[in-house]
Design a protein around this ligand. Structure first.
Ligand SMILES: *Cc1c(COP(=O)(O)O)cnc(C)c1O
Length: 401
């Protein structure tokens, strides 16, 4: 009998009961705007910021409307503006070049390695083209952050980390988002905490924190923050910083607080699933496992493997055959962007020269989401299905040649 998987690749866990209860309390009192507080009340949003700052060990935290908004705010706070160039990953998702374009700047794309991290040699060659790197830890793959930071520090390039896929992850024990000058996170449904939409910006720099708070639309209510710098940091900024509204609200914050408290447990559950999948895929002929660095503390909320140097029609055949058995794989090599997958050459508002070495890797990247609603048995079954279909197509190819 041919095995089939019948679960959903897009169904996340429900919101924890504590989050539902807290959300109902906010709905009942009606004070959803973060600065709408009763006397002596601390808003859910301000408390969430304090708790997230503690979770990642940052001095300051600002909760905002989305991860993309956090990145745009980070760039604005650093003074990036029209005509500037910003280094970023060729392998990432659309909100990243979008954040750069949102401030009128232009991305300079840096290539990707077989480990699916930014190519540090390519970065070294391009470091003189910009003064900011928006580094995307795409799909949770973290590059050698010690080397990257040493290179960027030496070149005077400031690093903003896009941690949409690395909330809860770390490099050499340092939480992802805490190497660069600013870290940005997403709370969108498909990330590691879920409020539908939402994001965080963290930093230890009081000037950047104050500027971000003003940018997010704090009016003159910045003293109601619990994870922002003291009023002195706002002294001049409050007159010179435009309000570009993108605040978090108390309803989303209420939903998020119990999830932030539970992040480590959830990350461990993701990793059990990730390693079950990885074990099931190992030693499949023609399939290249993306090995994780020993200094990386991962959060396996998605898994990637490479069908390196496969003909495009063979990759499509694998994807189609897996789909017929209920396993939804995404392919970064498709000529047309589909759903969430697009590539640096799909972003035609930011033209760039082709990168042959990266194109070879992107042409082989197959990607799969790992929602926590999968059981470990589901993961073993999914791995068996992928393994059998990859093997079948690989053998056909070998025979044909
Ligand atoms: C989701 C995502 C973001 C931010 O997304 P928002 O939807 O704006 O919260 C940033 N970078 C990557 C790589 C993402 O996948």
């Amino acid at each position: 009998m041919t095995e089939r998987f019948t679960g959903s690749f897009t169904q996340q866990d429900p919101i924890p009961e504590a989050g539902i209860a807290a959300a109902l309390a906010v709905l009942r009192h009606g004070r959803l705007h973060r600065y709408n507080t009763a006397p002596d009340e601390l808003s859910e949003t301000a408390l969430l910021e304090q708790e997230f700052a503690a979770t990642v060990g940052a001095k300051y935290c600002l909760a905002v409307a989305s991860g993309g908004y956090a990145m745009g705010t980070a760039l604005r706070a650093l003074g990036v503006g029209p005509g500037d160039r910003v280094l970023s990953n060729a392998f990432t998702l659309a909100p990243v070049p979008g954040a750069i374009a949102s401030v009128g700047a232009t991305p300079v794309f840096v290539g990707v390695t077989e480990g699916l991290t930014i190519d540090l040699d390519d970065l070294a060659a391009k470091l003189d083209q910009a003064r900011v790197l928006l580094l995307s830890h795409m799909r949770g793959h973290i590059c050698d952050m010690d080397r990257l930071m040493a290179m960027c520090d030496a070149a005077g390039v400031q690093v903003v980390e896009d941690c949409a896929h690395t909330m809860g992850a770390a490099w050499h024990g340092v939480p992802s988002g805490r190497h660069g000058v600013i870290g940005c996170y997403s709370c969108q449904t498909y990330k590691h905490v879920n409020s539908g939409e939402g994001g965080f910006l963290v930093t230890d720099d009081p000037h950047l924190a104050a500027k971000s708070v003003m940018l997010s639309g704090s009016y003159m209510l910045f003293e109601r923050h619990l994870a922002a710098p003291p009023p002195e940091a706002f002294a001049d900024l409050k007159y010179t910083t435009p309000n570009i509204s993108g605040r978090m609200d108390n309803l989303r914050a209420a939903i998020l607080r119990p999830q932030v408290a539970d992040l480590a447990t959830q990350c461990a559950r993701w990793n059990e699933r990730y390693y079950a999948l990885e074990a099931g895929l190992r030693n499949t002929p023609g399939l290249h496992i993306v090995e994780r660095h020993e200094k990386e503390t991962i959060v396996g909320s998605s898994i990637q493997f490479l069908l390196l140097d496969w003909a495009a029609d063979r990759v499509v055949e694998v994807i189609d055959r897996c789909k017929a058995r209920g396993v939804e794989l995404k392919w970064f090599g498709a000529p047309e962007p589909v759903a969430f997958t697009s590539r640096y050459d799909s972003w035609r508002y930011a033209p760039s020269a082709p990168m042959a070495a990266s194109d070879r890797i992107l042409a082989g990247v197959v990607d799969m989401r790992v929602p926590l609603t999968f059981s470990l048995e589901d993961c073993a079954l999914i791995a068996r299905i992928i393994r059998s279909e990859v093997s079948a197509v690989y053998q056909l190819t070998a025979v044909a040649e």
